[in-house]
Ligand binder design. Structure first.
Ligand code: ATP
Ligand code: MG
Length: 446
């Protein structure tokens, strides 16, 4: 028995009253069987689009994709997509069916769906309709294509990313034939719209099984983001790292909290290492300046993925800053607050922690204790509402202008004062700052 929301029950009821079949289908059935809250409830039916329009007249509907058989019915301000049973035609672009054909049998509709666990339907009258063994695969934690895996990935390469995403999010395995086909067909991913890849990649990165997927399907990730391939197997030749750059990256990704910003940051943070690598006369490896190259690679990748500007800017800031020291020392924390702002500094602490955990050379408990101390120091410092920006300073441009400081010297003097305050060589007090500004001006003019 599935726990239908009122809107889905209403849609099924209306279809039935009018002599049509109706089932909830796909992700909502899968998630219900997993005891997860479904994100949205999709319905499939043998009613044709024009039948649906008639049946739901008087209801608030949105004609989302009538050509493909989909009508969205609004109920309690929630959308319910209702789609006519259909089979997809040819896929010439490996992504979109050239045409769809409406059919009368729910089993035919289920056959066009990607994985067995996504190919189940349910209605109060029939119970579960499970033609491809989806329930069994779900119980075993296995992702398996409906039908011939190679053919299915050949039709639509986005399914490759969906398979990896579901495997990561649910911590599932991928059935052997499906897995082989993923490796074989990964080249087709080049033709998939980058925004669709971004959505799947973000979910994949935030899933609990991300480590296993990045290890086992590294070749697929590199098919999408070839700039990352040089990290694979790259020996760092340093006592500070136990793993090659890719394995370090995977461990760092797993160790950071699951937000898109943080997971992307860890995926990209060391991407510049292979290019920055040098070896000294003792045979020890270095990667001086690698964050700058990582930022360049990250910029390219984030632009390709069409990542929004806020996410992109934050990831680039954190990639650039990932090698900076972050300790409990007050003035250093203030300098970091000045450069990054509070929110990004909290994130940088997570980045530093994950980076350290991913190196495999230091005990986790030691790292955690060190990061806890930094967090405590930052909390204490923030409670003081420290002056770390020009806005926080006890003097402003107008004050200095009154002392005859103008033009380029104005901004320069303000920034110098701020540096003195941040580094605690001057108190953030009006009198002291004005006196210092006068002395600074006189010294400049002398
Ligand atoms: P989510 O929980 O992310 O919504 P979902 O499986 O519901 O996952 P949707 O994109 O909402 O994903 O798709 C709904 C259903 O449509 C899927 O469960 C699946 O049956 C089918 N489907 C979606 N994308 C594809 C695809 N690329 N190829 C075949 N079937 C697909
Ligand atoms: Mg869905």
């Amino acid at each position: 028995m599935l726990n239908l929301p009122a809107g889905a029950a209403f849609v099924l009821q209306r279809l039935k009253q009018n002599g049509y079949q109706g089932y909830v289908v796909g992700g909502c059935v899968r998630d219900s069987l997993l005891n997860r809250q479904p994100k949205d409830w999709d319905v499939c039916t043998d009613a044709l689009p024009e039948d649906m329009q008639r049946i739901f007249r008087g209801q608030h509907v949105i004609e989302t994709g009538l050509k493909h058989g989909t009508l969205t019915v609004m109920y309690d301000h929630e959308p319910y997509e209702v789609t006519t049973f259909r089979v997809d035609g040819e896929y010439t672009d490996h992504r979109h069916p050239d045409e769809v054909r409406f059919v009368k049998d729910v089993a035919e509709d289920l056959a066009r769906r990607d994985f067995t666990m996504n190919a189940m339907a349910w209605s109060p009258d029939t119970g579960l309709v499970d033609v491809f063994g989806g329930r069994e695969d779900l119980a075993a934690g296995l992702i398996r294509c409906v039908g011939d895996a190679k053919m299915r990935f050949g039709e639509d390469a986005l399914r490759i990313m969906r398979a990896l995403r579901f495997a990561s999010v649910y911590g599932f395995g991928i059935e052997a034939e499906t897995s082989r086909a993923i490796h074989e067909m990964k080249g087709n991913l080049a033709g998939v719209a980058a925004e669709r890849i971004r959505v799947e990649l973000a979910k994949l990165l935030c899933g609990r099984g991300v480590g296993a997927i990045l290890r086992e399907y590294a070749d697929v990730i590199f098919a999408v983001l070839p700039q990352l391939a040089p990290m694979h197997g790259f020996d760092q030749r340093t006592p500070f790292h136990a793993y090659d750059v890719w394995e370090h990256t995977v461990r760092a990704v797993e160790s950071v909290p699951p937000t898109e910003v943080l997971r992307l940051t860890m995926l990209l943070h060391d991407s510049g290492k292979p290019a920055a690598f040098t070896m000294d006369e003792r045979g020890v490896g270095h990667a001086y300046g690698h964050p700058v190259i990582s930022v360049q690679i990250a910029e390219e990748i984030l632009a390709y993925l069409r990542v929004d500007h806020a996410t992109r800017d934050r990831v680039l800031l954190l990639v650039e800053a990932h090698d900076m020291g972050v300790t409990s020392e007050r003035t250093q924390l203030k300098r970091r607050l000045h450069k990054l702002g509070e929110e990004a500094l909290w994130e940088l602490i997570e980045v530093k922690r994950a980076d350290a955990l991913g190196k495999g050379t230091e005990e986790a408990a030691v790292i955690e204790a060190r990061m806890d101390a930094v967090r405590q120091a930052l909390r204490n410092l923030l409670a003081e509402q420290p002056c770390v920006t020009l806005r926080d300073m006890a003097v402003n441009g107008r004050d200095l202008m009154a002392e005859g400081v103008t033009g380029k010297a104005l901004g320069e003097t303000l920034n110098w004062l701020l540096g003195e305050v941040i580094n605690e060589r001057l108190p953030n007090e009006r009198e002291a700052l004005m006196a210092a500004a006068r002395a600074h001006r006189d010294a400049e003019n002398a």
